[in-house]
Design a protein around this ligand. Structure first.
Ligand code: ADP
Ligand code: MG
Length: 694
């Protein structure tokens, strides 16, 4: 395979456009994209025509508006290019109108009350900042999705609005500092974690099939304690999968770069090279989809759930984020960071934004699935804090406390002790892998988002809070007579006001939970705890002020997320009730039958003495079985009651407070029984088989 030859061949990218579009059309198109201006119809027609020819040459027969509704996955409706010209002939057509606007029936997508059922119409509109591509012989056109009244019904629209907000605010801020400030955007590099398990075993677990995670399962004798999987040799079948995946992603112009094993058995990670946030979001959605289908080709199942297995690490999506102006990364410190006021201001903008809007960051990572992951097994806790590293912290402390800066900022050289290895200049500080939001030298790494999430939500929040702070700074700098003095003042004031969010220690420790409480930081343990905060005055004001969400859009999102939470737990509870009733209880009953039959036979033979330990085992299993039967009934009762609560918040709360504990109780009995019942009788593949089968 010649990678440079296949790379991007399925993308209608800039090079293709430059090649195929008349020069005048191409430059008008570029101009529109740069200014964010709408395309007129003749221009759209010309592009559509060229796009269609290119797509047909590359095997496409259909086109679709590809969009990202609130389900978190992508949606598409395929139309073929055919158009009849006589009874027996067709031609392949695609108009500018079809390119820029679509009208999918929106009534089957979540809208949180924004769209009455009689107003089923929704619109998709072309996002020319993300390239069209070919998937499954279909030309896919990335689009935004909104209601008849223009309200956002998707994840892309608010993200694009936040990209405009960060562009506006940062340009203004840079100009106030006396620098040129055009073309500002944020970049994202999402590290994607996932599990791969054998597909036949996957199919035997209805919990995995219906909910993406195991709802039952005792711990195997071996978990991840030996740390022998992390960065370990990649197994041949997984290697085959990764190779095929890379190839497919490269064809789609996705910069898949790093593939390695993760900490848990059968857990892996894929990291692409970062790109513009909007493109990175689209690419990550595609990556997740292609991972799933490629896995099937290798008789594997790809699990993207945040916590497929209890007791071992869950999967996250580390969102690496920074702000760029043209080609300059504003999060990259200059030669002398302590005097680099632009850099320090951009850093305190993030610190202040993350502190002020802890709840919004937490919310951008909130889901029923991620609730299981946060705060457990090597995942950040549900408390937001920022890691800056000691060098940067020292500098900012000096500004905040009005102390003299330590002028000797020369970095020490780290001797590796092995002479053949080059001398590596020591990073500003060692990494802190426990921090939910860490500065890693030239970008921030947000580690709370869950593996199945769209990156759009975290990206939108980060863009919004940074834009808001930079706007505030710009306003002050514009009015100042001495810009540098004012900049220093802002850095000191902002850091003083928000320093409490900075924590360089171990975020996994119980002491931190106490310490965070003393500092007044929020710990929003579950999605239901976090959600009502979306509508707090300060949050609504942030989003409306920066043109990212309207109040009614936020209200609809609040309702949608509550509904979604309740639905997920409801499906999980139903799955457990069904599996316990149809699989587990019958299996235990038949094993008990064998035990009692044996005991009776032995008694007949007069082997009374030998029966004592066996009787004990029978009693044990029988007691657990009784427990399981009543726990199953209790779960079904709690589930039905929760489901019937009429309002979304009350329902979600009831699922959290009553159904989840009932699920845990049922699981407790089942997992205990799994350890006692004959392997041949137990109807589910065990954790050990799932994680160590190939
Ligand atoms: P680690 O696993 O040590 O955190 P990786 O190198 O695996 O680091 O992943 C880092 C991710 O951050 C990659 O996707 C990389 O492209 C991305 N990245 C690097 N620089 C930036 C930046 N300026 N903005 C956004 N993402 C970045
Ligand atoms: Mg990382």
């Amino acid at each position: 395979m010649n990678v440079s030859e296949i790379f991007g061949t399925l993308v209608f990218n800039d090079t293709v456009m430059k090649d195929r579009l008349p020069e005048e059309i191409y430059s008008r198109f570029r101009d529109c994209v740069k200014k964010g201006a709408p395309l007129d119809l003749p221009l759209a027609n010309a592009i559509a025509h060229s796009m269609k020819d290119w797509a047909i040459e590359n095997g496409a027969t259909h086109y679709t508006h590809w969009f990202q509704p609130m389900t978190g996955v992508t949606a598409e409706k395929h139309d073929s290019f055919i158009s009849p010209v006589s009874d027996s002939r067709i031609i392949m057509e695609f108009s500018g109108k079809e390119l820029i606007k679509g009208e999918p029936d929106a009534s089957s997508f979540p809208s949180g009350g924004l769209r009455a059922t009689f107003e089923a119409r929704g619109y998709t509109s072309w996002d020319p900042t993300s390239y069209a591509f070919i998937k499954d012989d279909t030309l896919c056109i990335p689009t935004a999705f909104c209601s008849y009244g223009g309200e956002a019904l998707d994840k892309k629209t608010p993200l694009l609005r936040s990209m405009e907000a960060i562009n506006r605010a940062t340009s203004r801020f840079l100009k106030a500092l006396g620098e040129s400030g055009e073309d500002v955007y944020t970049t994202i590099g999402p590290e994607q974690e996932y599990f791969l398990i054998d597909r036949d075993l996957f199919k035997k677990r209805r919990d995995l099939v219906y909910t993406g995670r195991t709802l039952f399962g005792a711990m195997p004798p071996k978990g991840q304690e030996l740390d022998d999987h992390y960065f370990g040799t990649i197994r041949p079948r997984v290697h085959g999968f990764m190779k095929e995946l890379d190839e497919q992603l490269w064809r789609l112009g996705i910069l898949a770069k790093t593939e390695h094993n993760e900490a848990a058995p059968s857990q892996h990670e894929l990291a692409p090279i970062f790109s513009n946030s909007n493109v990175a979001v689209d690419h990550n959605q595609l990556t997740m989809e292609i991972m799933k289908r490629t896995a099937a080709k290798f008789s594997l199942a790809c699990l993207l759930h945040e916590k497929p297995f209890n007791g071992v690490n869950g999967s996250g999506k580390h969102v690496n984020w920074s702000i760029s102006a043209g080609k300059v990364n504003l999060h990259k410190p200059g030669e002398n960071p302590a005097e680099d006021l632009r850099f320090l201001l951009v850093i305190v903008a993030a610190v202040s934004g993350v502190d002020e809007y802890q709840d919004l960051l937490r919310l951008s990572c909130a889901s029923a699935g991620n609730d299981h992951r946060l705060g457990a097994c090597e995942a950040p806790p549900a408390i937001i804090s920022v890691f800056l590293g000691s060098d940067l912290e020292k500098i900012l402390d000096c500004y905040a406390d009005g102390k003299d800066l330590d002028t000797d900022s020369s970095r020490t050289q780290l001797q590796t002790g092995v002479h053949t290895l080059p001398v590596i200049s020591r990073d500003g500080t060692d990494r802190n892998r426990t921090s939910p939001f860490a500065f890693t030298g030239n970008k921030f790494e947000f580690r709370m988002p869950g593996s199945s999430f769209s990156v759009a939500d975290p990206a939108t929040v980060l863009n919004a809070v940074a834009a808001d702070a930079l706007n505030r700074y710009a306003e002050r700098l514009e009015k100042a007579s001495d810009v540098r003095a004012e900049a220093k003042k802002i850095i000191g004031e902002e850091y003083r006001a928000h320093r409490r969010i900075v924590f360089n220690g171990n975020n996994y420790s119980p002491e931190w939970v106490e310490e965070a409480k003393r500092r007044g930081l929020l710990e929003l343990k579950t999605t239901v705890d976090a959600l009502p905060r979306l509508l707090d005055e300060k949050n609504v004001s942030l989003y409306t002020r920066n043109g990212i969400f309207t109040k009614s859009e936020l209200e609809s999102r609040y309702e949608m997320q509550l509904e979604n939470y309740a639905k997920i737990i409801n499906i999980e509870a139903r799955t457990m009730v069904s599996m316990a009733g149809k699989d587990l209880i019958p299996a235990v009953e038949s094993y008990l039958g064998v035990l009692t039959q044996n005991a009776l036979a032995k008694e007949k033979l007069g082997l009374k003495e030998n029966l004592i330990p066996e009787k004990k085992l029978t009693e044990d299993i029988s007691a657990d079985l009784v427990g399981m039967i009543s726990a199953r009934e209790a779960l079904e009762k709690a589930r039905a009651e929760a489901e019937s609560v009429p309002d979304n918040y009350g329902r979600a709360l009831s699922f959290k407070n009553r159904v989840i504990p009932a699920m845990e109780k049922l699981r407790g009995f089942a997992d205990s029984l799994e350890m006692k019942v004959d392997r041949r009788t137990w109807p589910l593949p065990s954790y050990g088989e799932l994680m160590f089968s190939f």
